[in-house]
Write a protein that binds this ligand. Structure first.
Ligand code: SF4
Length: 116
């Protein structure tokens, strides 16, 4: 989300992601999950609630939760979540160690974080 520039797994996915970023304000409560979520809802890789690449993305999610001191299932304000991700992961240059083997890594490597 921090580096989204309108590209993704399908037109439906990118439209949904853009709408989600628009809808999520700093005070919007969000519940964290290492499973499929609101972002996945329009993704062609969401196979009935299970990600086609779950083995990899669950590792990404757990790494972010650990670095931020958060837990699976926790609910917090979206702004608090993005601040933690920005300050404890992205600003410290830790993102490549979390998800550097993702197919979109080249895009995220050259964009500024929208939360910076
Ligand atoms: S975690 Fe899987 S289902 Fe969710 S957006 Fe990423 S690729 Fe799609």
């Amino acid at each position: 989300m921090a580096y989204f520039v309108g590209r993704g797994y399908s037109d439906g996915f990118t439209a949904h992601m853009a709408a989600l970023l628009e809808a999520l304000g700093p005070d919007t409560p969000v519940r964290l999950t290492v499973g499929t979520d609101a972002v996945c809802a329009a993704c062609p890789n969401d196979l009935g609630g299970v990600c086609r690449t779950a083995d990899r993305v669950v590792g990404y999610d757990r790494a972010v939760l650990d670095l931020c001191g958060l837990e699976d299932g926790e609910t917090l304000a979206f702004g608090r979540f993005t601040a933690l991700v920005q300050n404890r992961v992205l600003a410290l240059g830790l993102r490549p160690g979390v998800c550097g083997n993702c197919q979109w890594n080249a895009i995220c490597s050259v964009q500024p974080s929208r939360w910076g």
